[in-house]
Design a protein around this ligand. Structure first.
Ligand SMILES: Nc1ncnc2c1ncn2[C@@H]1O[C@H](COP(=O)(O)OP(=O)(O)OP(=O)(O)O)[C@@H](O)[C@H]1O
Ligand SMILES: [Mg+2]
Length: 371
């Protein structure tokens, strides 16, 4: 079983949105999930429209008049998806635990009773690095750190990593961490810059999926459901579904499906042949555009899903922008995005009117020469 805390002391960076929607997406992928709302703000509880008389405080506090076990407070939200709700009273726990021995392990001890019932326990942490977050981290084997690309996000992240180090050294508890970029607005240039900085700094600790800005994520909260239950075709739903797939791909044993039997070399050979065949069908094409005044230019087309991100950014060589793409034989449509403005390629006379009444440039790729 994997226990994953969603933590960042910075407020409003998408912890609760991630906790709720990752839990829901894991559940639709046939994983049994418990989401623990460990934030006195109880946003996950409210966001899933749960009203509870007893909550996680009653499991952890010795002063609670209605002392409960974790099983007592668990509410079923959807198939494979349970919630341990929270309440504002959880904010008093910090003071209550101040002088207690082994206070960092209170949540871990509470979780022990249900460990065998779930594939995943996801813990939504409060926006602080106090005893609640430390309890969550001590109970977890992994931490996902949601980061909204902003000027101070890397500094904040460093402080959280210091705490993980402290927990490792002082409490002898080791957790893996993964950085998740959230609330990513692809209209903003600095968002790409910070994404590149984060990828450069945190490398293998970065999750490959990112969560884009999507209003359905906000709306679903006020309708008391996960985004999958609200609009499963929205970008928010797709982003969290892909994230769940990535998290699942890290499960122990995943990706090791081919046992080292006698058939493995045969499969490897076949795979090599397939890759070779695929590569030999590709032609490298260089698209060039002269925009000496431009600050950024992207090449977006039907071959890259019309995306405007770092993979489609053109490279500036003294005012002449270039992008190499490897494509199979065929005809493709593309446009250039010059400082945020979508235009047809002025140097390419081959164009076709698109459904919006504008022109797409055409790129014809002829078959690769046979060797
Ligand atoms: N990808 C997104 N697109 C649009 N809105 C988002 C996205 N992610 C989060 N939000 C919105 O941003 C706000 C803050 O998100 P959320 O509550 O998940 O952050 P948080 O880190 O849990 O906050 P806190 O630190 O207060 O617990 C919410 O209103 C949420 O609906
Ligand atoms: Mg929250």
């Amino acid at each position: 079983m994997r226990i994953i805390s969603i933590a960042n002391q910075k407020g409003g960076c998408g912890k609760t949105t991630t906790a709720v929607n990752l839990a829901a997406s894991l559940a639709v992928n046939q994983r049994k999930v418990l989401l623990i709302d460990f934030d006195p703000q109880a946003h996950a509880t409210a966001g899933l429209n749960i009203q509870a008389k007893i909550n996680i405080y009653d499991c952890l506090s010795n002063l609670s008049p209605q002392k409960a076990s974790l099983q007592d407070i668990i509410v079923n939200v959807a198939e494979n998806f349970d919630l341990a709700p929270s309440s504002i009273i959880l904010s008093t726990l910090e003071q209550e635990l101040a002088n207690e021995i082994s206070r960092e392990n209170r949540l871990q001890e509470t979780i022990a009773a249900v460990k065998d019932c779930y594939d995943y326990i996801i813990i939504d942490c409060p926006p602080a690095l106090g005893i609640l977050t430390v309890n969550a981290i001590c109970a977890s084997n992994e931490v996902i750190v949601p980061v909204e690309p902003s000027r101070f996000s890397i500094e904040g992240l460093n402080r959280l990593l210091d705490i993980l180090q402290l927990i490792r050294n002082r409490l002898n508890h080791n957790v893996e961490y993964m950085v998740l970029v959230t609330i990513f607005d692809s209209r903003l240039k600095y968002a790409f810059k910070i994404l590149a900085e984060l990828r450069n700094k945190f490398r293998e600790n970065m999750l490959s999926n990112i969560i884009h800005v999507n209003v359905k994520l906000k709306e679903s909260q006020s309708f008391g459901t996960s985004v999958l239950g609200f609009d499963k075709y929205s970008r928010g739903a797709k982003d969290y579904y892909s994230l769940a797939k990535e998290v699942i791909s890290m499960e122990k044993g995943a990706g090791q499906a081919i046992a080292p039997t006698a058939t493995a070399p045969v499969l490897k050979k076949k795979m090599r042949e397939l890759v070779k065949k695929h590569i030999s069908n590709l032609r490298e094409v260089v698209v060039k555009a002269d925009f000496p005044e431009a600050k950024e230019v992207y090449l977006a087309g039907d071959f890259n899903n019309w995306s405007q991100d770092e993979s489609s950014a053109m490279v500036n060589e003294s005012g002449s922008w270039q992008k190499r793409v490897s494509l199979k034989e065929g005809q493709y449509h593309y446009r250039l995005i010059v400082d945020g403005k979508w235009v047809a390629d002025p140097q390419n006379p081959n164009m076709e009117r698109n459904p919006y009444g504008e022109f797409d440039s055409l790129l014809k790729v002829s078959s690769a020469p046979t060797s």
